[in-house]
Design a protein around this ligand. Structure first.
Ligand SMILES: [Zn+2]
Length: 470
């Protein structure tokens, strides 16, 4: 008789198709090796009692930036501290953006080595394309590195991308990028903002009496985002590309995508925890400065409706470990972006359940859908025999307070400082190993690089082919 490595006993396990089930999970060699009844006599070297806690597919953060200058992870801390933040929040895999003006064959191996040396979670990369050579090399990046999703900054016109070493681009460049993605089964993740509108609006008077986040939102209103989303979604249809709108923040942007979806289906929507939980009234000051800006209450409500209806595909963080010293300035001088990967699952799950959003939708948005869209399913994103044993064990009777210490990030602050979360992440298990156990991070890290053959429509078709477990 097989003796399994681990038996997770007494949990309520989320299984696709049937929801929460009172079953035990068996893990062997990093994989789910059995889903058995409570009275099964299956043997394991270690039995962990879960006492009715929830066992969910490990969360996947599809949107992370690492590195103190956010372009590329370079220092050991970039990997260790920021993936610790993720693991403490139930994340088991993350997709990290690499941003460079150099050819990526000179960038990817170093970033991969830094991450593999000390990452708590599994990780893959998105590549940010900005030069003609990058576009030409998309097939090579897919083949050599298993990277199948590519970011493109629609707002990098003129000198706007110089801080990342990227030249200015235009809609003709976007057309080439989308065409190359369509031809190769890749997906494009555009940063959708119309920078010409931002430039124009800079000189408009702004009412600063409602605080810094309102002022920042007034300077980049949501139609700036919506116009860009609509344009790239339209061009996706023309070129046949899959397009994934990152960090969707507003009702107008949602509506723009919905309009385009009526005639073309390969359009996908990501939002981020901050747009689901913070508004311009939040008291986090310039710590909450980000692009696109934190919006109004009406936008937040629209995002929750769309998430509940399945119109929002994924929730990510846009995690950015920008140190607090870059944030403690007035709103016009402070850096944009903040750390958030640790909050994706706890905040989305707790607020979603409070609002009556079905657990199935919340699991899909925080795990399964990202796995399917980015070519990781069914290795990731589901609990079934043969899948990686990537699990988040959640105590719905627990609670904790978000602060810089519970977030572990090198950034040393969080916009959610002082927020009470009415649940807790007890264990985070990555391929059968405890990255977080009883709320404590492990000493050793085991994160591995994830190759992803295709993303977008081609990856979804492959995921459908896998079917659902019976
Ligand atoms: Zn980002």
């Amino acid at each position: 008789m097989t003796v399994h490595d681990t038996r997770l006993a007494g949990g309520r396990v989320f299984l696709h198709g049937s929801g929460l089930e009172d079953v035990d999970l068996l893990i062997n060699d990093g994989l789910v090796s059995g889903i058995v009844s409570r009275d099964s006599d299956a043997q394991a070297r270690e039995v962990v009692q879960l006492d009715g806690k929830l066992v969910l597919p490990g969360a996947i953060d599809p949107h992370v930036h690492l590195g103190k200058d956010i372009r590329v992870p370079k220092d050991p801390d970039d990997a260790r501290l920021e993936t610790a933040s993720a693991a403490a929040g139930g994340i088991t895999s993350m997709l990290v953006y690499l941003m460079s003006g150099e050819p990526y064959e000179t960038v990817v191996p170093g970033a991969q080595a830094v991450m593999e040396a000390d990452s708590y979670v599994d990780f893959g990369f998105h590549i940010c394309v900005g030069t003609d050579d990058h576009v030409h090399d998309i097939p090579a990046y897919m083949r050599e590195f298993g990277i199948s999703s590519f970011k493109f900054f629609m707002n990098f016109k003129g000198e706007e991308g110089a801080y990342l070493g990227l030249p200015g681009n235009d809609d003709g460049y976007m057309y080439d990028v989308l065409g190359m993605a369509a031809d190769n089964g890749a997906m494009i993740n555009p940063h959708p903002e119309n920078i010409e509108l931002v430039w124009k609006l800079k000189n408009r008077p702004i009412d600063e009496s409602r605080g810094p986040l309102s002022a920042w939102n007034q300077s980049r209103p949501s139609f700036v985002e919506a116009e860009a989303v609509q344009r790239v979604a339209y061009m996706a249809q023309i070129t046949g590309a899959s397009v994934y709108a990152v960090h969707t923040s507003s009702r107008l942007a949602l509506e723009a995508m919905e309009r385009q979806r009526r005639s073309y289906e390969n359009l996908f929507i990501e939002t981020c925890t901050q747009y689901l939980t913070l508004t311009t009234d939040a008291d986090c000051g310039t710590y909450g400065k980000v692009n696109p800006p934190i919006r109004e209450r009406d936008d937040l409500e629209a995002l929750w409706v769309a998430l509940a209806e399945g119109k929002v595909d994924t929730v990510g963080s846009d995690h950015n470990a920008r140190h607090r010293s870059f944030k403690e300035k007035d709103v016009w001088s402070a850096s944009a972006g903040f750390p958030g990967t640790g909050g994706v699952l706890p905040l989305t799950l707790s607020e979603g359940l409070r609002r009556g959003v079905p657990l199935e939708r919340l699991v899909d948005a925080t795990s399964t859908r990202s796995a399917k869209l980015f070519g990781m399913y069914p290795q990731k994103g589901t609990i079934r025999v043969g899948s990686d044993a990537d699990l988040a064990v959640v105590d719905l009777d627990g609670s904790y307070v978000i602060n810089a210490a519970t977030q572990h990030s090198g950034a040393d602050y969080t916009p959610w400082e002082g927020t009470e979360v009415p649940l807790s992440i007890v264990h985070t298990i990555v391929r059968g190993q405890f990255a977080l156990r009883d709320g404590q991070l492990a000493e050793t890290t085991t994160g591995r690089y994830l190759r992803r053959e295709h993303s977008g429509a081609v990856a979804l078709a492959a995921a459908e082919h896998e079917g659902e477990p019976s």
